[in-house]
Write a protein that binds this ligand. Structure first.
Ligand code: TXA
Ligand code: MG
Length: 323
């Protein structure tokens, strides 16, 4: 296994071939890094579950290179879902749709629906295109972290999370820092209306505008399993506390307008929500690498991307694991 910073066409070819031969490739996306496997190869997909320590009934997202591949994985696609796909792909949005026969139980966790996304990162798109040239149909890629831990937003974090579990023929592609920093928005499209089940950078406002909808699509509790739907998730080793006054020795994540109290360790200083989202996970990791016991987070208040930031902060700070 190796981390490769050079993502030349030659490296992309090697990575696509590795996937086609049943090996794993961790790759950058604009949201977070994913741990990729051939979505048709049961053995490879099972090793993704075991490296992550993820329960096998938690479904994986299938990544495809363009909307043209969608019919391979999904069927009876509602017109509003097609509209969302046209408006936001490639991009930070996953659609949950009725699965085609090709989407097997080992991908969907036994559910009749499948999650599909076209990522926007150039390395991810190049890898998908090359993989499809080799006859590949799609790449499953959960976030490349241990189950329940913080998603990696750069290659070094991937290595720290799962490097030890990877085999000699597996690869980590380094495509720099993920520009968004939070996982994709997941939209359940298995009903006659859209429901956001995981907020992300495609916001409620974006969805409403795209669908010319006047009613707000609230993030509803869904029967559909999403691991981010567990109460505790995205968690560092440190205890995470929200909206309290930090004490001496605590780590602090807050907008730059919030001044750092004396002897508190500033972990992030974002100027706006985009920067907040981008930096949140690396700041939590930095807290752990400094062996800080408590990280205090002052969340941003508001709509749009801040809904997703607050969702992750709430889960990172939760004390219980199960709903
Ligand atoms: O931004 C992202 O979505 C990243 C990058 C790598 O694409 N991937 C990601 O994957 O966050 P993961 O597995 O860490 O989270 C995907 C979520 C899980 O909570 C999973 O349960 C849900 O999507 N999901 C996937 N397929 C689903 C399905 N068929 N039905 C319901 N939920 C599904
Ligand atoms: Mg994840």
């Amino acid at each position: 296994m190796g981390i490769t910073t050079n993502c030349s066409q030659e490296v992309i070819d090697r990575a696509a071939n590795a996937l086609k031969s049943g090996h794993l490739v961790a790759f950058p996306t604009e949201t977070v890094y994913g741990l990729g496997a051939d979505a048709l190869n049961e053995k490879a997909v099972r090793s993704v579950y075991s490296i992550k320590g993820r329960p096998v009934n938690h479904p994986l997202i299938v990544h495809i290179s363009s909307i043209n591949q969608l019919d391979n994985w999904a069927t009876e696609i509602p017109s509003y879902a097609k509209k969302l796909a046209r408006d936001f792909w490639p991009g930070p949005m996953t659609l949950i749709l009725k699965r085609s026969v090709q989407a097997k139980d080992f991908v969907t966790g036994g559910q009749n629906c499948v999650g599909v996304r076209v990522p926007a990162h150039p390395v991810a798109l190049a890898l998908l295109a090359e993989f499809e040239k080799l006859g590949g149909m799609g790449i499953v890629a959960p976030s490349a972290n241990k189950f329940g831990a913080v998603s990696p937003t750069n290659a070094k974090a991937v290595f720290q999370e799962i490097g030890i579990g990877l085999g000699i023929n597996d690869l980590i592609l380094d495509g720099g820092q993920s520009s968004i920093g939070l996982e994709s928005t997941i939209i359940d499209c298995t009903n006659s209306y859209a429901t956001i089940i995981r907020p992300g950078a495609v916001t409620i406002e974006h969805v409403n505008k795209s669908l010319h909808s006047t009613k707000l699509n609230l993030v509803e509790k869904s029967q559909i399993r999403a691991s981010g739907g567990l109460v505790k998730h995205y968690s560092p080793k440190a205890e995470v506390l929200v909206n309290i006054v930090p004490k001496e020795g605590d780590g602090l994540i807050a907008l730059s307008e919030f001044k750092t109290p004396k002897n508190v360790i500033r972990l992030a200083n974002p100027n706006n929500s985009e920067e907040y989202a981008q930096i949140l996970y690396s700041a939590l990791r930095e807290g752990d690498s400094k062996a800080i016991k408590r990280i205090v987070i002052i969340p941003p208040n508001g709509d749009g991307l801040e809904v997703a930031i607050n969702d992750r902060i709430t889960k990172a700070s939760a004390k219980i694991i199960k709903k």
